[in-house]
Design a protein around this ligand. Sequence first.
Ligand code: NAD
Ligand code: WQD
Length: 344
Amino acid sequence: MKNRILVTGGAGYIGSHTAVELQNAGYEVIIIDDLSNSTADSIDGIERITGKRPIFEKLDCNDFVALEALFQKYEGISGIIHFAASKAVGESVQKPLLYYRNNLNSLINLLDLMPKYKVSGIVFSSSCTVYGEPDQNPIDETAPIKPAMSPYGNTKQINEEIIADFIKSGADIKSIILRYFNPIGAHPSAEIGELPNGVPQNLVPFITQTAIGVRQELSVFGNDYNTPDGSCVRDFINVVDLAKAHVIAIDRMLGNKSDDKVEIFNLGTGNGLSVLQLINVFEKVSGEKLNYKIVGRRGGDIEKIWADPVKANTVLGWTAKETVEDTVLSAWKWQLKLREKGIM
Ligand code: NAD
Ligand code: WQD
């Protein structure tokens, strides 16, 4: 048996896919999640895929006492992957304190406990949102951090700084900060996937929910951008590919494969795809005609951004492998499974 890894927010979208890959790699996974944006169904899904049920405790990372009790109950946790956070950009503008409290306190509590319980490293879920509107694409990790466009985005910037400052202060831990571009898709088994609460804010769940009839019509926010077809361009990254990068990051940290105590990596494909191109891919792979219309721009949207993933490719030895066709198809299969189960 390999090391014990604590996965915060592991009942959620990216965390559940990562738990699968960690278990497949032989790690023992302990998931904590307060289920504020997920259900324990994903724990069943992880078990069905891997044949092994991860340890699961319903726990709020803001609760320092409960968190400390967890480290006492499960001795020898050697690494943490910290996914737990509130992540809705629009909601963060309406409820900034909720976002600052949840996203900052959770990390602070974990960092505080790490040295005492001899946890050697933490992988942190950051976002390409820290780059704002890039001066050039593809964008690499040396690009400047721009003023955040939302409290959510600001929490990611501040979290990165908190980690760096804590390590600078002499804390004997390591960290790998992963800046995700736009994660999409689901596990090919359709046992786990993305299940947003209420009306989806992100493009792919809105597409699949429209195609299945839960939503009437998709609004495409703007076709007058300075891009080849006028719609925004993003770097859509397959969630299983993304999950695999976390296993590599954990191997690297726990195996002391780098002298750097903090490392930052972009996780993207390196290809930009427009919103209209993605819709096209969806129609092709699903055989469904999507009901959509072009509407005005959404406030705060970035025109175009895609990753330069060369550092992750060369240093981590990680590359996004799945095609966008297979990825979009996996999202559609997940939607069909949700319908089959009567969930949506
Ligand atoms: P998600 O909402 O599906 O997963 C997050 C999980 O954390 C949820 O299950 C939620 O219930 C849990 N959680 C929230 N606050 C908690 C707390 N205080 N204690 C315990 N559990 C808590 O989101 P996701 O898409 O899987 O995102 C995971 C991480 O990746 C987040 O930090 C997010 O900000 C980051 N990220 C996501 C994207 C994206 O597009 N999905 C992009 C970049 C970065
Ligand atoms: C993608 C494109 C929309 C919905 C957000 C966060 C970012 C990161 C990922 C966490 C945009 C367009 C969308 C719709 C549309 N999350 N769109 N109609 O905005 O790139 O990034 O999620 O860190 O921080 O800001 O992702 O999926 O919301 O949008 O036309 O109904 O799809 O305008 O161009 P985004 P998204």
